[in-house]
Design a protein around this ligand. Structure first.
Ligand SMILES: *[C@@H]1O[C@H](CO)[C@@H](O)[C@H](O)[C@H]1NC(C)=O
Ligand SMILES: *[C@@H]1O[C@H](CO)[C@@H](O)[C@H](O)[C@H]1NC(C)=O
Ligand SMILES: *[C@@H]1O[C@H](CO)[C@@H](O)[C@H](O)[C@H]1NC(C)=O
Ligand SMILES: *[C@@H]1O[C@H](CO)[C@@H](O)[C@H](O)[C@H]1NC(C)=O
Ligand SMILES: *[C@@H]1O[C@H](CO)[C@@H](O)[C@H](O)[C@H]1NC(C)=O
Ligand SMILES: *[C@@H]1O[C@H](CO)[C@@H](O)[C@H](O)[C@H]1NC(C)=O
Ligand SMILES: *[C@@H]1O[C@H](CO)[C@@H](O)[C@H](O)[C@H]1NC(C)=O
Ligand SMILES: *[C@@H]1O[C@H](CO)[C@@H](O)[C@H](O)[C@H]1NC(C)=O
Ligand SMILES: *[C@@H]1O[C@H](CO)[C@@H](O)[C@H](O)[C@H]1NC(C)=O
Ligand SMILES: *[C@@H]1O[C@H](CO)[C@@H](O)[C@H](O)[C@H]1NC(C)=O
Length: 353
């Protein structure tokens, strides 16, 4: 008798093990689509979710055109026909791009020997993220500007970096000695970098003969005194760009259902902190691409150990999950709640009685 009872769970476990072993391959075959049908959804290391795309029927508007250059290995993604390389596209509304470093170098005769003042212009719906990036200068006899266009007007800001000796410089300290940083305003779509020197490096040439300027993702750059010399080998640094889908508000966009970009059922519309237009997001409990019909897919919280809050049994529901307790137990079944308590609930007993 006992032998029989034990055997059933063993077979169930075996079946479960086989199912678990097969799950990754099964799940990998129909991937949750992020791009339109028959559209390239990857370029080298960069995944390309709609509204971005590499051909006309694959992107939402030309602002989201990606050129995948196959002559690189792995292939590299560029914005439109520009030299702005994209290393990451997030459906939360950010792009990570590589932006050129400006430099200004002098020889011992106080003569400028090389100079570059790079610029970028972003297409409509794209703006430089004003909280994640900092305009930064490295040098000991230098000041510089970041200027360009925001909305339909000009802007300019900048800072000064000086020092008298290499000993003045401190690792991690970008406060004016050999390194300075400043924020940029919101809604910037054109960026021009300019470097200037006060004394043509006359007094610092012995230890500093070049200065550098860049708009960089703040977390990707920590100043070190060696950067006075080792930045000469760095051509580009990461910068965060924000994108939005349209040029109107959510309310305006919702009035025209054929052009409204939040296509997935239950997707939500919100206004970004920077730039114009609107963005879409999946509702809580869903993930995927809100810009595609059926793009938002239910998250199976029960399968994810970090989301499964159930003490015993977890049952997935659209947008959420329920916890169940075995027969003879009561409670909310949650690890962060009552859990499952042995015995019928008092209410149940009274009703049953
Ligand atoms: C691309 O991804 C692979 C694996 O994730 C990584 O090893 C490689 O460094 C990446 N290449 C670039 C250019 O980012
Ligand atoms: C790809 O990159 C190479 C090397 O930079 C360049 O010569 C070529 O024109 C690019 N191709 C396209 C399609 O942009
Ligand atoms: C990119 O294309 C636009 C129009 O399609 C054109 O005006 C611009 O000059 C091009 N830029 C480059 C770098 O080829
Ligand atoms: C600047 O100094 C470095 C060494 O500190 C030297 O290698 C480089 O040639 C100098 N650059 C110029 C333009 O003189
Ligand atoms: C600096 O100037 C002197 C004389 O004016 C010249 O002989 C020398 O070649 C110059 N050095 C450089 C690096 O230009
Ligand atoms: C720096 O160099 C420029 C051009 O070579 C010159 O006109 C200027 O007077 C120099 N400034 C100083 C402070 O030496
Ligand atoms: C700055 O210098 C440090 C220390 O040498 C180095 O690790 C870092 O990569 C440099 N930063 C950049 C952007 O090159
Ligand atoms: C913004 O949208 C309105 C109407 O939707 C359109 O008339 C206008 O041209 C758009 N502006 C830009 C800059 O695309
Ligand atoms: C709604 O959007 C579509 C597609 O962009 C456009 O053709 C149509 O004219 C718009 N309708 C109205 C009433 O604005
Ligand atoms: C700017 O970037 C930060 C960090 O990536 C992000 O949290 C923030 O939402 C971005 N701002 C906008 C307006 O997208």
């Amino acid at each position: 008798m006992g032998f029989h009872v034990l055997q059933i769970p063993f077979i169930i476990n075996l079946v479960l093990l086989i199912v678990i072993a097969l799950t990754p391959t099964l799940a990998a075959s129909p991937p949750n689509p992020i791009a339109k049908p028959n559209c390239i959804h990857r370029c080298g290391n960069v995944s390309i979710p709609f509204p971005f795309g590499t051909t006309e029927h694959c992107y939402q508007s030309s602002s989201f055109l990606i050129t995948c250059n196959q002559t690189f290995n792995p292939p590299k993604a560029f914005l439109q026909n520009t030299s702005i390389e994209i290393t990451d596209i997030s459906l939360d509304g950010q792009l990570r791009v590589l932006q050129f470093v400006a430099h200004d170098c002098y020889n011992r005769n106080r003569t400028r020997v090389s100079y570059s003042d790079p610029w970028i212009s972003l297409p409509i719906y794209l703006t430089v993220n004003n909280t994640a990036n900092k305009f930064t200068i490295v040098g000991c006899d230098t000041y510089g500007f970041v200027s360009g266009r925001r909305l339909n007007r000009n802007y300019q800001t900048g800072c000064t970096a000086m020092c008298d000796a290499k000993e003045d410089l401190g690792a991690g300290s970008c406060t004016g000695l050999g390194c300075c940083q400043t924020s940029i305003p919101k809604e910037v779509w054109r960026v021009e970098l300019t470097l200037k020197s006060y004394e043509n490096y006359s007094y610092v040439w012995g230890f500093n003969n070049c200065s550098y300027g860049f708009l960089v993702e703040e977390s990707a750059f920590t100043f070190s005194p060696e950067n006075l010399t080792n930045l000469k080998n760095v051509e580009r640094l990461p910068m965060v760009v924000d994108w939005a889908i349209g040029n109107g508000t959510c309310e305006e966009a919702q009035m025209n259902s054929s052009s409204y970009a939040c296509k997935s059922l239950n997707s939500k519309c919100y206004k970004p902190d920077n730039g114009y237009g609107y963005r879409c997001s999946c509702p809580e409990g869903y993930q995927g691409n809100p810009y595609l019909i059926d793009g938002c897919q239910d998250i199976d919280e029960c399968q994810d150990p970090s989301l499964n809050k159930c003490k015993k049994r977890c049952v997935n529901t659209p947008g959420g999950f329920n916890c169940l307790c075995p027969k003879g137990y009561h409670g909310d079944g949650r690890k962060d709640g009552q859990g499952c308590i042995r015995g019928e609930s008092l209410v149940f007993k009274l009703v049953a009685g």
